[in-house]
Design a binder for this molecule. Structure first.
Ligand SMILES: Nc1ncnc2c1ncn2[C@@H]1O[C@H](COP(=O)(O)OP(=O)(O)OP(=O)(O)O)[C@@H](O)[C@H]1O
Ligand SMILES: [Mg+2]
Length: 367
């Protein structure tokens, strides 16, 4: 087991004009489960591969257990990787697949068999040890790949989208199993995904990346409650946070004929900034349908999920804009079977004062 430190770690691919990973700083504690999340191309896999030694660290440093990994070969880093395509040997049985790294290491048969049996038990694979991978379900193959990593008893697990080949239900089930297993083994784990739900449910802490740059590194609750910038605010949470830019006058934000309900401290803070426009973030669960007061809008879409309905309503206020200039659609989490129809005129009100404010230019959090 070991802690991991990224210190201004950079990676640039030959011929690229931009860094794939740009001055990444992360302090990962021994035994911690850290998730790297971000959109496609944000540098997640590259950051993970730098840790495993599969990509060069062009400047800065990465250390494991206090020992610098610069110049250390992948095989000498004591890391086990689990990839999206499990890369199992088709001609070997489950047991042989799981024990292969130990065999290469020259571990005696008896010890190898015992370790494989232990891991198989942990992963519910005992009855499949003599099967070939082709005769397993996707979820079972995924567990074999995990088993192969576990038997090596590495200092660190690196996992790159290990659940992407599973169907939705199995993904949910398997992510719970992986998180529970990691807690049991206590092995420091860096896990890459583009799925923010996976990140939020699995990680002790989550690092959000964009264009190779770290946006925020915090617990799931902190990311949700206090996103550091508008990008993180919009990336974490499903449906996404309502984000729009609106005019400010004397500490009040005007939207659709009404004003955003702010607590006194936030209003004072906003007044102090002297901004004439501000980017506002309100989560769908902080909005509800109102009878009389509230922002008037028109229902554009209803998503009845059985447990809740997400109501999307277009806002008709030319002074309020989205970050990319498209018309503003607000989404509110409403009770299931909400009796509204597309095209209905409705009013939306805030159910609380959980309002996130961001600088409209830099996107940095203000409150
Ligand atoms: N082998 C390579 N050669 C050149 N550029 C690369 C190479 N691999 C990745 N890149 C570039 O580096 C950047 C980061 O890529 P990376 O694979 O780390 O992203 P990612 O966050 O893992 O994306 P995804 O979610 O699509 O897997 C991208 O701009 C990508 O095009
Ligand atoms: Mg990737």
């Amino acid at each position: 087991m070991a802690s991991i430190t990224y210190e201004d770690a950079c990676c640039v691919y030959p011929g690229a004009d931009k860094l794939a990973v740009d001055s990444l700083n992360l302090d990962i504690a021994d035994g911690e489960f850290v998730v790297l999340v971000g959109p496609s191309g944000s540098g997640k896999s590259t950051a993970l591969r730098m840790l495993a030694g599969l990509e060069e660290i062009d400047s800065g440093a990465i250390s494991i257990g206090g020992r610098s990994m610069v110049g250390v070969a992948p095989k000498d880093r004591d890391i086990a990787m689990v990839f999206q395509n499990y890369a199992l040997y088709p001609n070997k049985t489950v047991g042989e697949n799981m024990g292969f790294a130990l065999k290469m290491r020259g571990v005696p048969v008896a010890e190898r068999t015992a370790k494989v049996a232990d891991a198989a038990k942990l992963l519910d694979l005992t009855e499949y040890l003599d099967r070939k991978p082709a005769n397993l379900s996707g979820g079972q193959r995924q567990r074999v790949a995990m088993g192969r990593a576990i038997v090596r008893e590495p200092q660190v697990f690196c996992m790159d989208e290990p659940l992407s080949n599973l169907d939705a239900k199995l993904r949910v089930q398997t992510r719970t199993q992986i998180a529970a297993l990691q807690r049991r083994l206590g092995t420091t784990t860096v896990y890459v995904t583009h799925d923010q739900v996976e990140a939020m449910t699995m990680g002790d802490r989550v690092a959000v990346l964009k264009f190779g740059q770290l946006q925020q590194f915090a617990s799931p609750a902190e990311l949700y409650d206090r996103p550091r910038n508008a990008f993180v605010a919009g990336f974490i949470g499903s449906p996404a946070m309502n984000l729009f830019t609106a005019p400010v006058s004397d500490g009040a934000i005007a939207v659709g004929g009404g004003t955003v309900d702010l607590d006194d401290d936030t209003a004072a803070l906003l007044r102090g900034t002297g901004l004439s426009r501000v980017t506002v973030g309100i989560r769908p669960e902080s909005l509800a349908l109102a009878d009389a007061e509230g922002v008037s809008s028109e229902v554009a879409l209803l998503e009845d999920l059985g447990s809740d309905t997400f109501l999307y309503a277009g806002l008709k206020d030319p002074d309020v804009t989205t970050l990319d200039g498209t018309p503003v659609t607000l989404v509110a989490r409403c009770p299931r079977r909400t009796p509204a129809r597309i095209g209905d005129g409705v009013r939306l009100r805030q159910t609380d004062r959980a309002v996130h404010l961001f600088d409209p230019e830099s996107g940095e959090r203000l409150n």
